[in-house]
Every structure is written in structure tokens, then in C-alpha cells.
Design a protein around this ligand. Sequence first.
Ligand SMILES: [Zn+2]
Ligand SMILES: [Zn+2]
Length: 274
Amino acid sequence: MYIKFYGTRGSTPVCDRDYLEFGGNTTCMALFREEHEDIIIFDAGSGIRKLGMELMKKEFHPTQKIIIGFSHFHWDHIQGFPFFDPAYDPSKQIELIAFGEKLRVSDLKKVLSKQMEGTFFPIQLDNMGAKFEYNLKKIREAEFRGGRVLINSHNHPGGAHGYRLEVRDKVIVYCTDIEHGDSIDKNVVSFSKDADVLIHDAQYTPEELPKFKGWGHSSWEQAIEVAERANVKHLYLTHHDPNHDDVFLRKMEKQCQERFQNCNLAKEGEIMML
Ligand SMILES: [Zn+2]
Ligand SMILES: [Zn+2]
């Protein structure tokens, strides 16, 4: 079982030679388990395009599905979906998921169709071709693919949700686009408790954070505080600011590791074995 990062950038994709190490695509990561098991994807930022290309080369078991769970629907978490090749393949089954008690959207298909309306995009969602299933549930917990999923709503403009996946004795917590506010959100700490891996928003430095009140993000210091208080084994910081180039992020990663040893800034293309 492993996690692979396909997009680690926040807000908008960036393309420049100074961004090659940490990557320029927006948020997307995938969890791969056994060959025939469903592929679990979190968010469909521009990074999902590359993942789609990889999946098209893979042989699928007849019952195997691609599952895409959304933290929320800001552009940088959905903009890659129209470029996801498996979505155009009639042999593929794609389940689109939005879970969370405080979901502010009620129609998942409508939300995803919107960015593909004729004004914005040449092909409409209904004409893509894959078999889509829409699974929107206002729940906090569910049985999920031989394991369990828990969902926590956290502070972000428009609302956002974190996912805690408990599969095969491993705990993976995905928590991005979160603004803690003046103090760390206690629910996020308990939600991340004893996780093997926590993937947490760290768009800003502690110095930048006060200037971006209301943008919905965290500093690396806050992400580390969550990891420390929750006894997390490994922390991945993600949703890198588009203005932070490789030199900046390398320096930031060193600072983070001085404070919390088992911590990395997520890099596009990086794999973490579980
Ligand atoms: Zn975002
Ligand atoms: Zn957002």
C-alpha cells in the first residue's frame, strides 16, 4: 500500500524552472492498495491529469473503481477533473465522493458540471463517457472499502472536510485547506490522533500567516503543532504557496525538520510506502 502525490501546490498551478523540485500542480494524491482494489484519490487539482495518464496504462479488474473524494470545491481541488483521461473512457467506473456533516453543497453532479458548462469548457460532464456514481453524504463516519473512513469539518471559506482513513492497520489523515484561527482546532488534533501519516496544509510561514487571515490556510508551525499534539508518526506538509519556489521550500523544510523530525514537504511524484 502506498500514497503518491500528484499535486502539492495550493491556489493556482505554477510552471517555472524554479518549481520543479516540489512541483507546480495543484492538489491531488492517490492511495494504491492491491492491484485489483479500488484506487482512492483525494481531490482533483491539476495534478490529477498525470495520474489519469498513468491509470490509462493500467489494466483494470472488471469490478475495480476509481474513487475521487473531495475536501471541498475550490478551483485548485477540481480544475484537473476535465483533463482526467479515465473520465472519458466508457470502461471505467468512477465514484465521486463528498462526505461530511457540514457539507454546504447538496448536488455533487451539479457542482462538478458547473466548471464544464459550455461557457467554460468544450466538453460537458454528461458527454465524458465513463460511468459516474455520485456519492454525497452528510455523515461523520462510514465503513469504507474494507476499512473505515471518518470525516471532520474544519474552518475554510465555503467549508472543507478532512478525511481519516483507517485501512489495514494504518491511519492516513488528509487535512488541507484549513485555517485554525488564533489557536489550533482541537477537533483536528483528536481527528489526527496516532495517525501513521498526516497530510496537512502548510501554505504559509508563521510570519506570513497574519497577513492572510480569511484565506483559509495554515502555517507550517500550526501543522507541526497538530502533529505533535496528535502523536502523528509522519507529517507531510502540502498546499505550497504559489509564490514559494524550490529554494524557499527547501529552506522551510529544513526549519520544519529541526522542530519535528519525521516531517517532509510533499513533492509532486513522491511515494510514501505504508
Ligand atoms: Zn486549496
Ligand atoms: Zn480551498
